[in-house]
Design a protein around this ligand. Structure first.
Ligand code: A3P
Length: 311
């Protein structure tokens, strides 16, 4: 079901030659569109959702740069939104048999990935969607509808190492893996999928300050209390273990042990296991020298100077 070359829309084909391009991490090339870097097939999805997606006020968006913890956040928000439905029947919980990526679909990577425009109007509220698209390029209706956006930010060094592993796993056998140093150069130039990483975070950070009731920024590993104040728990839920149950169910250990996440395939074709590697904070130290780590720190500091976004 993966998109074929001839599924790319004419609009996307016409646009591509005019866009700056660089070597890609997974696909042969990344193209710069509205300030961010995107693979041609994903640009197709970005354009389709920009043109067609109609947000509703009750929608909740999970927004991340790739490899910042999307899988975990999708699982958490799915559990939170559906907790009343499954409170007495956890054995029936969809997360036990379906990937978080199929339960909370990406706009550009799944719903609008092919030529077909999906009809999403009949989905019951609150509809949960995910996207990697930077704030400036979100469909206009997402900005105008009053819906809520939850943005997850992860330490850039861990995100970088996670992305490097993921890209090499997805790269074809013929092209082989990309050396870490080459990816580091690209990342520090801002050329990474949906990057520059700093612009992505900065865009949502700014909006979270301007519209705190609509855009919420969480830092992976530093979540502020039970996730989150938009889904307040009843006293009883705090007492009866609902909160602990959700946190446990969505933990790396629990999710990665499930058959669906060990040997399943997403409806878009990828192996579900590629979304679970280690799930650890600080794993970058096992792959990068101190100097390499400092290089990312320096770039982030330079680019985000004064933004106030801290880990
Ligand atoms: P690592 O490669 O550092 O292990 P994304 O979900 O945005 O694609 O990010 C993938 C990263 O999140 C991977 O990081 C993966 O192992 C980690 N991850 C996946 N599920 C997780 C969970 N339930 N809890 C914590 N980390 C998780």
């Amino acid at each position: 079901k993966y998109l074929r070359e001839d599924d790319i829309s004419q609009k996307c084909r016409d646009l591509l030659p005019s866009l700056p391009h660089e070597k890609g991490w997974i696909t042969p090339s990344l193209h710069q569109y509205q300030g961010f870097w995107v693979a041609p097939k994903l640009l197709n999805g970005v354009l389709a959702c920009q043109d067609n997606f109609q947000a509703q006020k009750t929608d909740i968006f999970i927004i991340t740069a790739p490899k910042s913890g999307t899988t975990w956040l999708k699982a958490i928000l799915f559990c939170l939104s559906n907790r009343a439905k499954y409170s007495g029947s956890m054995q029936q919980h969809p997360l036990l048999t379906q990937s978080p990526h199929d339960l909370v679909p990406f706009l550009e990577l799944k719903l609008y990935f092919g030529q077909e425009i999906p009809n999403l109007t009949s989905l019951p509220p609150p509809r949960l969607f995910a996207t990697h698209v930077p704030y400036q390029s979100l469909p206009q209706s997402v900005k105008d509808s009053g819906c809520k956006l939850v943005y997850l930010y992860r330490n850039p060094k861990d995100t970088f190492v996670s992305l490097w592993h993921f890209a090499n796993k997805l790269r074809s056998k013929e092209t082989g893996g990309m050396p870490l140093g080459e990816c580091l150069d690209a990342f520090c130039k801002g050329v990474s999928p949906f990057g520059p990483y700093w612009d992505h975070a900065e865009g949502y950070h700014k909006m979270s300050l301007e519209m705190p009731d609509r855009v919420r920024l969480e830092v992976r590993g530093h979540e502020r209390g039970p996730p989150w104040s938009w889904c307040p728990f009843a006293e009883e839920e705090l007492r009866d273990g609902t909160v602990d149950g959700i946190v446990r169910m969505c933990s790396f250990d629990s999710l990665s042990m499930l058959e669906v996440n060990k040997s399943g395939k997403l409806s878009t074709g990828q192996e579900t296991k590629s979304y679970f590697r280690k799930g650890e904070v600080g794993d970058w130290m096992n792959y990068m020298s101190v100097e390499m780590g400092e290089r990312i720190d320096r770039v982030m500091q330079e680019k985000m100077h004064g933004s106030g976004l801290k880990l």
